[in-house]
Structure formats: structure tokens, C-alpha cells
Write a protein that binds this ligand. Structure first.
Ligand code: ZN
Length: 474
């Protein structure tokens, strides 16, 4: 017998910079109820991949059309236990249980989680915190030509404002380290199929624990995994899940996908992909919900979109990553005949250059702020590509605010306002106790270390780097 572990990666990642090529490839897709029929070529995937920062091995689930898909002959169902959540019985830290969260809530989420995570959540003061739901609904779910269902803005939504806050229908780990036994002759694909079978059995149990109307909502979601061995219920999860990247397991590093949980939503799972999306999604563990905020102004009637892939990748790489989702992206970047310019821009965004102030007098004919120009240009290009949603955007803004503050130049305020909105979009403004909003005021800015040094340098009539040479890294 060969031993394997039920570890898979599903759930669309955030637009964050990914681990290197060997990272676990997230298996597919978001889809719509009218999703195009599978074009159906087999998508070859390696059986195992090593995730950065982890020595764990992962099974990478197949997609597309797989011959002889389904539970392989000779495979005997694994014998493992996921505990029931029984009052008065503590499940050990590293063992899994079926439970609902928050307990007793009318929209309680059907979950599988470890004993540790459940205790951790319930020990948080005020858990669950109230969800931040807009007073006036901001969207409707509707048919989108060529895309099936999607989300449409029903009013103007300003940058930073909440578009949707919703608890998932279900939450379970992106990977469950459960040992499985395989006959020695099993091929990699047969092991894949056994994984999918077991994962389907578990997923079916979670779904059956949902309240009837939530179960019906789950079953009405699209499934594009019709020919790869996924059961219908498992296919819906693979089609619709998003990762909850910041809800980690005990000792789980942020880049260790074995620690990641994923969720499936009634409404939010309907949102379509764009390579220039207009919302950022953030999992808010405190309210056990996912929030989507506008990363730029959205007009009434505009489609609301999010990314399923890494937006600093080239067109071809994004296209390959989106293939299992059956997404034929028609964004302004993908629609171009020649992707060279967009590819060059996007790949450059992955690693914004550090800004270094001049160490001595500025040569005549050079603008005093010439050293900030690369960051200013990058922000312009990010906005031109519609990428206010990527994590590098606020980092570059931060650099510019620091740099202008260091020059005692009030143009810092222009970028401080953008930075404040970018922080609101990512739900980082509230956790900063309003720091970024205060930074939009000149009086506050003058009190920052950077601007205080800048003012001192101006008083001494020195060059920008004379007083405090340093590297700004946001
Ligand atoms: Zn696109």
C-alpha cells in the first residue's frame, strides 16, 4: 500500500504575489450558471507540488476531461474520522470537526475546522462582531451576456465603500491532512481520483448540514468540473470557492496553504473575473464574513468584478491560470490584439523599485523630485491598467507619501488621500485607528518623522538626502 494525504488546493487566490512556480496551483473555478460547455481538453497537472515555506506535499486536482474519471477500481474508502461537534467534548487542537460558525446565528456557516480554530474564534472578544452591511443594497445578481450570472451595481459606489458583506454557505480547509491508503500499482491520476472521491464524500457531508434554503442556494451554483472526477457537490466547491487567506490554523504561516480555509458564497461566488477588477475582497475573521469594497468608483449598471488570478502576470500566464475556470476574459487588457505593452507594465508592478533620495546636491537641470518619478509613473500605469486592487498599489503610494513628506512637499497630501482610500478598500484603515485618514491633514503630516526631517533639511538648505539618507520601502 502507498500512503497519501488528502491535501488539495482549491479556491481562487487573492491577487497577492504568489509563491514561486512550485506553489500549489489553485484548482478551478468560478463560474456562472450559463458557463460555456467545457472545451474539454485534459489539463495536465503534476500530482504533487511543494509549497514555499513548507515541506508538505500537496495533491493538485485535475480538471478538464479526464479519461476513466471517478473512484478508481481497487480503491477502498479511507478510514478516517471528522468529529461531530458535541457539547462538552473538546476536539484536540489538530483534529477536525463538523461544526457551525458563529454558533446559533441564523446564517451560521456549515464548517469543518480544527478544535484549535473553533476555540480560538470563540475566545476572541466580541466574536462575532457585527457585519458591515451597506444600508442601501449596492448590487443585484443578474444574467450577464456571455458570462452567465454576475453582479451588477444598482447605484453609484464610491471607492472604498462596501459593495457586499456576506457570510459563506460553507467553510472548510483547503487541505485536510488525512492519511489514505492506495494500492501500490496506483498511478498518479488514480491517486488523484481517490483524493477527489474522498473530498467529495466530505464535502457532501458539510452541504447536508446546511439549512435547507442555504443548501438549495449552494446547489444552484454553477459547476464546471463535470468531466474530471469531481462529484457534483465537489465540483460546485471547486468552481465557486475563494480562499480565506488570513484565517490561518494554529502556527500556520500565511504562505502555507495547508493552513488556508476556503468558503463558498450564495452571492459573492457569483461575481465574475476581470483582470482590471473593481473590488477587493477581504476575509474578516472577526465577523466571520467576507467583505468586498470598491477599489475605484463604480457606476450604476456597471458589472462588479474581482480577480481569480495574479494580475501582475502576463496575458498568456493569466489565460493559462484561468483556463480551469473556463473564463474567457474580455477585459481591456485581454482584449488587446498586442499584449506586449500591458504585459510589460503588469510584470513590472510585481517588484516596485525602491526610491533613493540623492545623497548630495541635485545636479543643475534635474528636478528636485526626479528621484520620485519612477513611483509616480508606476502609480499612473497601475491606474491606467485598472489595478488599484493589487497589493503593490498602496505600497507604492506609501513610498510616494514618504518621499514627498521627506521633501517637505505638500504634494504628499494628494497621495496620502489615495493611500487612505486604498487602506479603506482593504479594511486596513479601521485597524490602523484612523491613522491614514489623519495623514491626509497637513498638520498630522508635519508631525511624521519623514516630514519633520524634511522641514529641518529645508531650514538647513540641504539636499534631500543630506540629513537622513535612507531607502524608502513603503
Ligand atoms: Zn482579462
Amino acid at each position: 500500500m502507498r500512503r497519501g494525504f488528502l491535501l488539495d488546493g482549491k479556491a481562487k487566490p487573492k491577487g497577492a504575489a504568489p509563491p514561486p512556480a512550485a506553489r500549489l496551483k489553485p484548482t478551478p473555478l468560478e463560474v456562472d450558471t450559463n458557463a460555456k460547455a467545457s472545451q474539454a481538453t485534459s489539463v495536465p497537472t503534476p500530482l504533487k507540488a511543494m509549497d514555499r515555506g513548507s515541506d508538505r506535499e500537496y495533491s493538485v486536482m485535475p480538471s478538464g476531461v479526464i479519461e476513466n474519471a471517478g473512484r478508481p477500481d481497487g480503491y477502498i474508502t479511507g478510514k478516517f474520522t471528522i468529529h461531530e461537534d458535541t457539547p462538552g467534548v473538546d476536539v484536540p487542537d489538530a483534529e477536525f470537526m463538523f461544526t457551525s460558525m458563529p454558533p446559533g446565528a441564523p446564517d451560521a456557516v456549515s464548517c469543518i475546522m480544527t478544535g484549535w480554530l473553533k476555540r480560538h474564534l470563540l475566545s476572541q472578544p466580541g466574536f462575532p462582531k457585527p457585519m458591515d452591511i451597506p444600508e442601501k443594497p449596492a448590487y443585484r445578481i443578474d444574467n450577464i451576456p456571455g458570462k452567465g450570472k454576475g453582479m451588477i451595481a444598482t447605484r453609484k459606489i464610491k471607492v472604498g465603500d462596501v459593495v457586499s458583506t456576506e457570510r459563506p454557505l460553507k467553510v472548510d480547509p483547503a487541505a485536510i491532512p488525512i492519511p489514505l491508503d492506495f494500492p501500490a500499482h496506483f498511478s498518479d491520476m488514480q491517486m488523484h481520483q481517490a483524493f477527489l472521491y474522498e473530498k467529495g464524500v466530505i464535502t457532501e457531508k458539510i452541504v447536508k448540514r446546511m439549512q435547507p434554503e442555504r443548501q438549495a442556494a449552494y446547489m444552484s451554483l454553477a459547476n464546471t468540473h463535470l468531466h474530471d472526477g469531481s462529484s457534483p457537490i465537489m465540483g460546485i466547491t471547486r468552481t465557486n470557492a475563494f480562499g480565506l487567506e488570513n484565517m490561518c490554523e494554529k502556527d500556520g504561516a500565511a504562505n502555507d496553504r495547508a493552513s488556508w480555509y476556503s468558503g463558498v458564497w450564495d452571492h459573492q461566488s457569483r461575481i465574475n473575473h476581470s483582470c482590471s477588477p473593481n473590488v477587493v475582497r477581504t476575509w474578516d475573521t472577526a465577523s466571520f464574513s467576507q467583505q468586498m469594497r470598491a477599489s475605484r468608483d463604480i457606476e450604476e449598471g456597471e458589472e462588479i468584478t474581482v480577480t481569480y488570478t495574479n494580475l501582475t502576470w502576463t496575458y498568456e500566464r493569466r489565460k493559462g491560470d484561468l483556463k480551469p475556470y473556463e473564463v474567457d476574459c474580455d477585459c481591456k487588457s485581454c482584449s488587446q490584439v498586442d499584449h506586449t505593452r500591458s504585459d510589460k507594465r503588469r510584470t513590472s508592478f510585481a517588484n516596485p523599485p525602491p526610491l533613493r533620495p540623492p545623497m548630495g546636491p541635485v545636479p543643475s537641470g534635474t528636478a528636485p523630485d526626479a528621484w520620485i518619478a519612477p513611483a509616480l509613473k508606476m502609480i499612473r500605469l497601475m491606474e491606467a491598467e485598472g489595478l488599484e486592487c493589487i497589493p503593490q498599489y498602496p505600497k507604492v503610494l506609501h513610498q510616494i507619501v514618504n518621499a514627498y513628506a521627506f521633501m517637505a512637499d505638500e504634494r504628499a497630501l494628494i497621495y496620502a488621500r489615495k493611500l487612505y482610500q486604498a487602506k479603506r478598500v482593504r479594511m486596513e484603515e479601521s485597524s490602523s485607528n484612523g491613522f491614514y485618514e489623519k495623514l491626509c491633514e497637513l498638520d498630522t503630516l508635519k508631525q511624521t518623522l519623514g516630514m519633520a526631517w524634511g522641514l529641518m533639511r529645508l531650514a538647513a538648505r540641504g539636499p534631500p538626502g543630506m540629513v537622513m539618507p535612507m531607502v524608502f520601502c513603503g
